[in-house]
Design a binder for this molecule. Structure first.
Ligand SMILES: *Cc1c(COP(=O)(O)O)cnc(C)c1O
Length: 226
């Protein structure tokens, strides 16, 4: 085998393996495999790790830092114009303009000041990335996401500002069984008439799919350890 083929074959194999596991989880829950989208979270990885996944057909990618994403995605997008870029990490209001300019979807709307900043820059740039409201589902201190009891007010505000909020996002507490948290996020989304659920990572995406995830965010299982 030509050694230059190896990264591509590895990427294709890992992608196939994840898609297979996604399909099994979907079947278990009587859902359609195509109703959950796979976001490849490429944070900390450079173009040499990302290219093989692009060549294997993956088009949805996630990053957690605006600056890091600005450094690597514009060039990759020239080669693959149909890339869809998702911001999955916390967003500072002073980076809102850069984020709206670069990303197609923002998963980390979690406070009023950010909602206001996003509305302002969306109007300015004429770009409207879909937004998920991130919920601090385990009520943890030091964790991103809006408190559950403050969610209705933030959703009302986002609606008044005309933000394109499509769903809810969460990262459950580490070291805990994630299923109850995914179930709770799903219930909150239903209560507010939101169709999409961004939940599930390398260690728990199958559980998330059985509980209704429409987007899973997978890093290490696709790229290896960081
Ligand atoms: C890094 C990250 C992921 C991917 O995590 P893995 O465990 O590597 O799959 C998903 N969501 C968010 C918000 C992240 O920061």
């Amino acid at each position: 085998m030509n050694t230059t083929d190896t990264p591509l074959l590895d990427a294709a194999r890992r992608l196939h393996d994840i898609r297979d596991r996604m399909a099994k989880a979907a079947r278990l829950a009587d859902r359609k495999p195509e109703d959950t989208r796979l976001i490849a979270v490429s944070k900390t990885f450079g173009p040499e790790a990302i290219e093989p996944l692009l060549q294997a057909g993956q088009r949805l990618f996630g990053e957690n830092r605006v600056q890091e994403a600005q450094g690597k995605w514009p060039a990759l997008r020239e080669a693959y114009p149909d890339i869809e870029l998702h911001l999955v990490g916390q967003l500072q209001s002073n980076k809102a303009e850069d984020a709206v300019a670069l990303f197609d979807v923002i998963h980390s709307l979690d406070r009023s000041s950010l909602a206001q900043a996003l509305a302002k820059v969306m109007a300015k740039l004429g770009r409207r990335p879909s937004c998920y409201v991130q919920v601090n589902i385990g009520q943890e201190e030091q964790k991103g996401g809006i408190a559950i009891e403050a969610l209705p007010a933030l959703l009302d505000e986002a609606q008044a500002l005309g933000l394109p909020v499509v769903g809810l996002m969460c990262v459950p507490p580490a070291e805990r069984e994630p299923a109850p948290y995914f179930a709770l996020l799903s219930k909150l989304a239903k209560r507010h008439g939101l169709p999409r659920l961004s939940m599930g990572m390398s260690g728990d995406f199958e559980t998330a799919i059985t509980l209704g995830a429409t987007e899973i965010r997978v890093g290490t299982a696709l790229f290896g350890g960081r």
